[in-house]
Design a protein around this ligand. Structure first.
Ligand SMILES: Nc1nc2c(ncn2[C@@H]2O[C@H](COP(=O)(O)OP(=O)(O)OP(=O)(O)O)[C@@H](O)[C@H]2O)c(=O)[nH]1
Ligand SMILES: [Mg+2]
Length: 304
């Protein structure tokens, strides 16, 4: 299946919502105050932030009512505008020809999809890179097992400490193994829940400091995983984690399960942080490199 078909098939909840409501709003085939107001409320209901909605409405306002196929023109205009917002955020974590070794620390609130996303990435790139996956979510034995299963299934090496061992000390040992045995990538899974957010963020900062100190040559990246079904609430999470940790890349998961996919556009508009992947299901292949054009056209139910 092509990347575009994957986007198109798995973003149906958002695209059904947007395209059917937009077509409904413009039954009169006119661009006027009433139809623009309706469009505005459709876009807001799709969790697109007000500043973005304003931009989109302004671009549609310029369309001449005399145009023949006005609804297609409206959808095409919206898609172009959305693509322009998203384009600067396209950014890969992984390039086949890039020889840089990396330590990737996955962070995010509990249930956002960190462990699953690590499993998917490790499955997809296992033939390209020598990967060590480390379980630094040491609070629950089940969390370690879940990650170990993904490592086994994808044929990647796995490192874990003991239950309740300090996560930063597991990260320390994993980094030593990573250096000694010449891995390309060390992928670190972390816990999503602690007694409170401050403790959680402090814990992550500690992990980051520990792995950055051991090996200054290696690039350390912090990957923030957000649950797409949270819609605009994702913004709060970018704030919480972004304050203390320099977020290198964002991954938005579960976009197959929500009509609130428009929130991705709000995030892209608000933060200059690259979006590397989007989650489109639970299977290893259901993780797609983010593409601005494919996303913009898919959510408006347009063709590639
Ligand atoms: N439909 C769908 N489900 C997903 C996606 N990504 C993750 N999930 C599911 O979301 C649930 C939580 O995912 P996890 O990977 O365990 O989340 P986590 O961030 O590691 O959670 P904690 O370890 O509790 O912090 C699992 O049931 C996953 O299968 C996605 O893109 N689409
Ligand atoms: Mg987990």
């Amino acid at each position: 299946m092509s990347l575009f078909s994957k986007f198109k098939n798995n973003l149906k909840k958002t695209s059904n919502f947007l395209s059917s409501n937009i077509l409904n709003s413009f039954q009169s085939k006119k661009v006027d105050t009433k139809t623009l107001e309706e469009l505005e409320s459709v876009l807001i209901s799709a969790d697109i932030s007000l500043d973005v909605v304003e931009k989109l409405i302004n671009s549609v306002r310029k369309i001449k009512t005399s145009e023949l196929d006005i609804t297609t023109t409206i959808l095409e205009t919206l898609a172009k505008e959305i693509e322009n917002i998203l384009q600067p955020r396209e950014g890969k974590i992984f390039e086949v020809n890039d020889q840089t070794s990396k330590i990737l620390i996955f962070i995010g609130v509990n249930g956002s999809g960190k462990t699953t996303t690590i499993g998917k990435i490790a499955s997809q790139i296992r033939n390209e890179k020598k990967i060590l996956i480390a379980a630094c979510d040491t609070f629950r034995a089940a969390a370690i097992d879940q990650l170990k299963n993904w490592a086994n299934k994808s044929n990647n090496d796995f490192f874990s400490g003991n239950t309740n061992q300090d996560p930063a000390s597991v990260a320390f040992q994993a980094t030593e193994k990573f250096n000694k045995e010449n891995y390309n990538y060390l992928i670190i899974d972390t816990a999503g829940r602690l007694s409170n957010n401050t403790n959680l963020v402090n814990q992550l900062v500690k992990i980051k400091n520990v792995v950055s100190k051991i090996d200054p040559k290696t690039k350390v990246e912090t990957i923030l995983v957000l649950d797409g079904t949270n819609g605009s609430n994702m913004i709060k999470q970018v704030e919480i984690f972004g304050k203390e940790l320099n977020v290198s890349s964002i991954i938005i998961t579960k976009l197959d399960g929500t009509a609130k996919g428009g929130a991705l556009i709000s995030i892209a508009n608000k933060y200059e942080i690259p979006i590397s992947y989007i989650g489109l299901g639970e299977k290893p292949e259901d993780l797609a490199e983010f593409s601005a054009r494919s996303f913009a056209r898919s959510i408006l139910d347009l063709e590639a």
